[in-house]
Design a protein around this ligand. Structure first.
Ligand code: FE2
Length: 330
C-alpha cells in the first residue's frame, strides 16, 4: 500500500512561523492519478492515526480536491474516520440548519451579507463537539471564506497584552443570554426556534430540559423564550495542559444582533457585569492578527479541532453551499 504522502501531496503550512495551519493534504492534480472516492475512503481508514496526529499538531487539516460531490459522499468521507457523531438535533446550537443526511447538515444558513465571527462551536452551551468537518459542495463567487484562529495562541497574546481582562474572564467565566423565536427566523445567524432547540413544543418539557442544564428562562409575548446559560468557563485546559480561550465571546458580542437580540447584551461576565467594549475590541483585533482564511474550492473538506481552533464565516456573493458535521467528545 502507498503511504499517505504518496497518495496525497502533503503541503506543509507556510514557513511563516505565525501561521502553522491548516496543514493541507491535496489530491493529485492529474485526474488520471487522482484518488477516486473508494480509494480515498480506504486511505482515510488506513491513515486514521496519522490524520489524528496532524490534527493535534496543527488544529486544522484541509483536504483539497477530494472526489466528493454530494452530502452522501461527504457522509461516507466522515464515516471513514470512525468518530462518534454529534447530532445537530441534540445540540443547543442557535443556528438554523437543515439536515441533509443523518450526520451532515447545512452550515449556518444566515444571509450572505452576515459575517459570523470567530467562535468555538457551541461553546456558549454546556455541551459541545470535539471536532467538526466542513465540506464545500458549491464555492461562492466571491468571499465566503472560513476564518480559523488558534485559541491557544490567542490566549498567549492576551496574557501579554490584556492580562487583566484575561484574568477576569478566567476567574468570573461568561454567561450568555439570547431570545429564541417560536418559529425559526432564517434571517438571523441565531434564529433557531426554541421548539427545535429544545426538541419539544411543550413548555413544561422545555422548562425541565433547561432546568436540568442549569439555565434560567423567561417566556415573552409572541411565544419567544429568553434564556440565560449557567456561568460557563471562558478558558479551558486541554488534557496536555495547554490553555485555550474557549468560548463564544467574540461571536456573541459582535454578531448576535437580530430583531430580538443585541450582541453587546448577549454575553456578560459570570458576575453579570458588562464586557468592556475596549477590551472586547482588543481581543477581536488580536485574534484577527493570527487568523487564516480558508478560501473554498469545490471538493474541499476541512477538519477542525474544536478545542484548539475557532472558526467563522466571511460574507459572500453568489451561491455558497458548505455542509457541516460534528464529532462528539472522545
Ligand atoms: Fe460555527
Amino acid at each position: 500500500m502507498q503511504s499517505m504522502t504518496d497518495a496525497w501531496s502533503y503541503v506543509m503550512p507556510t514557513s511563516d512561523a505565525a501561521v502553522s495551519f491548516p496543514c493541507v493534504l491535496a489530491n493529485n492534480d492529474d485526474p488520471s492519478s487522482a484518488l477516486g472516492i473508494e480509494d480515498t475512503l480506504l486511505r482515510i481508514a488506513q491513515d486514521r492515526s496519522k490524520l489524528s496526529d496532524l490534527l493535534k499538531e496543527h488544529g486544522a487539516v484541509l483536504f483539497r480536491g477530494m472526489p466528493l460531490r454530494s452530502a452522501t459522499d461527504f457522509d461516507a468521507f466522515i464515516a471513514a474516520f470512525d468518530l462518534p457523531n454529534f447530532r445537530y438535533a441534540d445540540s443547543l446550537s442557535n443556528a438554523v440548519r437543515t439536515n441533509r443526511t443523518d450526520r451532515v447538515f447545512t452550515a449556518n444558513e444566515a444571509p450572505s451579507t452576515v459575517e459570523i465571527f470567530l467562535h468555538h462551536e457551541m461553546a456558549q452551551t454546556p455541551v459541545y463537539p470535539s471536532k467538526l468537518f466542513f465540506f464545500c459542495e458549491t464555492a461562492p463567487q466571491r468571499g465566503g471564506e472560513t476564518p480559523i484562529c488558534r485559541s491557544d495562541w490567542l490566549l498567549e497574546l492576551m496574557r501579554e497584552q490584556q492580562p487583566q481582562f484575561l484574568k477576569r474572564c478566567a476567574e468570573d467565566g461568561l454567561q450568555y443570554t439570547n431570545v429564541m423565536p417560536h418559529k425559526a427566523d432564517a434571517g438571523s445567524g441565531q434564529g433557531r426556534s426554541w421548539t427545535d432547540t429544545l426538541g419539544t413544543h411543550d413548555r413544561n418539557v422545555a422548562e425541565q430540559r433547561l432546568s436540568n442544564l442549569g439555565y434560567s428562562w423567561t417566556w415573552l409575548p409572541q411565544g419567544e423564550l429568553k434564556v440565560s446559560t449557567p456561568v460557563l468557563p471562558a478558558v479551558k485546559e486541554l488534557p496536555n495542559g495547554t490553555e485555550v480561550f474557549f468560548n463564544q465571546l467574540i461571536a456573541a458580542y459582535r454578531g448576535w444582533d437580530d430583531k430580538r437580540n443585541k450582541g453587546e447584551k448577549s454575553v456578560t461576565f459570570g458576575t453579570g457585569d458588562e464586557i468592556p467594549a475596549d477590551d472586547l475590541a482588543m481581543t477581536a483585533s488580536l485574534a484577527e492578527q493570527i487568523t487564516e482564511d480558508v478560501a473554498w474550492e469545490q471538493g474541499d473538506v476541512v477538519l477542525i479541532d474544536n478545542y484548539m481552533m475557532m472558526h467563522g464565516r466571511r460574507p459572500f456573493e453568489g451561491s455558497r453551499a458548505v455542509l457541516a458535521s460534528l464529532i462528539a467528545a472522545d
